[in-house]
Every structure is written in structure tokens, then in C-alpha cells.
Ligand binder design. Structure first.
Ligand code: COA
Length: 166
């Protein structure tokens, strides 16, 4: 049985990420969503919060995937989990350079691990966690882009942030 890991920051999980997770579970029996603890990014949600938002999403949608936090090198985590494949989403050509670099570096670090790219539904190709946070911060509607509980969590983060700034 092939085990696959879908790593990311998930700050927060969006419908685009969910689309990739669902596609991965249709191909593989054993999918683990891996929420990165230390990421170069300044995250809005804590690691625990990001994990819980993914957990709740999988539970509500009955997606047969697991979720866990990971720290350190991705290839070490993949090896520890006895997985063989890393899944990543490719939304547009703009993702390619970064993803290409990461996939080849991971291959250099461990030749046994393959990176598999899946394309989300075209309607999600313009989504990113940052753009959703930006809309939520300005008190705009994010209902179409994230699950309800994620929308609620975003609202709670920005409740005291005024909608417009000088
Ligand atoms: N739908 C919507 N948005 C998507 C998406 C999809 N299908 N796929 C990616 N994105 C967005 C994310 O929301 C995120 O947006 P943001 O930049 O606005 O926050 C962006 O694309 C990329 O995020 P993500 O897919 O979460 O990846 P990441 O670049 O944040 O995470 C790690 C990269 C954590 C996997 C990588 O840094 C890593 O492996 N770190 C561990 C350390 C390591 O091994 N380093 C060496 C790697 S070579």
C-alpha cells in the first residue's frame, strides 16, 4: 500500500487544499496531511489551530485522510512515516519554479521519495491562504473559498481589526 504525504502550512486550509486532498484520497489508500510547524512564514494561526482546522474539515467532509503536525526536514518526516510519495498542488505556472526547486531538492535529499503534482479544480486556481486572509482582514466575504468553521476562525482573528486602514 502506497502512503502519501500532503505537506503544507495550511494557514488556513482552503477549498483548494481540500480539492487536492480529495483527489489524493481517490488515488491512494493512505493519505496524511502534514501541517508544518516551523515554516518560513509568519502564520496567523498557531500550529495547533492549523491542525484543528484541517482535522475538523476532514471530519465534516468525511475525507479518509489523517492529519498530523511535522517539524524538521520533510524527507525525514516522510521516511519516518514510511511513505513513498509527497503530493503537492500546482495551481498555475507561477507555482512551478518554487515547486520544481523543492521537488528536486527533496529528491536530492532522498532519491526514494517521489513528488506527485495534482492540479486543483480550475475554479480554485487563483486561491491562496494569503489572499483569503487579506479579504477576511478587510471584512470581505470568504464563504466561497473556505469551509464554514474556517471562516468563523478567520472572523475571530480579525474581530478587532478595523476594516479599513490609512
Ligand atoms: N489551493 C489553494 N491554495 C493553495 C493550494 C491549493 N491547492 N496549494 C497551495 N496553495 C497555497 C497555499 O495556501 C499557500 O499560500 P500562501 O503562500 O498565500 O500562504 C501557498 O500556496 C503555498 O503553501 P503550501 O502549499 O502550504 O506550501 P508552503 O510553501 O507553505 O509549505 C512546506 C511548504 C512546508 C511543504 C515546505 O516548506 C517544507 O517541506 N518545509 C519543511 C522543511 C524542508 O524540508 N525544507 C526543504 C524543502 S526542499
Amino acid at each position: 500500500m502506497k502512503r502519501v504525504i500532503y505537506p503544507g502550512t495550511f494557514d488556513p486550509i482552503t477549498n483548494g487544499h481540500i480539492d487536492i486532498i480529495q483527489r489524493a484520497t481517490r488515488i491512494f489508500d493512505n493519505v496524511t496531511v502534514a501541517v508544518a510547524k516551523s515554516t518560513g512564514k509568519n502564520t496567523l494561526f498557531t500550529t495547533e489551530e492549523r491542525l484543528q482546522l484541517v482535522e475538523e474539515t476532514l471530519r465534516q467532509l468525511k475525507v479518509p485522510a489523517k492529519v498530523t503536525i511535522f517539524d524538521g526536514l520533510l524527507v525525514d518526516f516522510v521516511r519516518r512515516k514510511k511513505a513513498q510519495v509527497v503530493v503537492r498542488g500546482l495551481r498555475a505556472v507561477s507555482d512551478f519554479e518554487f515547486e520544481f526547486q523543492m521537488a528536486l531538492m527533496n529528491r536530492k535529499l532522498d532519491e526514494q521519495i517521489e513528488t506527485l503534482f495534482l492540479m486543483p479544480k480550475d475554479t480554485y486556481s487563483y486561491l491562496s491562504s494569503s489572499i483569503i486572509k487579506q479579504i477576511a482582514k478587510l471584512h470581505g466575504p470568504v464563504t466561497a473559498f473556505v469551509p464554514k468553521h474556517v471562516e468563523k476562525a478567520l472572523r475571530a482573528k480579525y474581530v478587532n481589526v478595523p476594516p479599513t486602514r490609512e
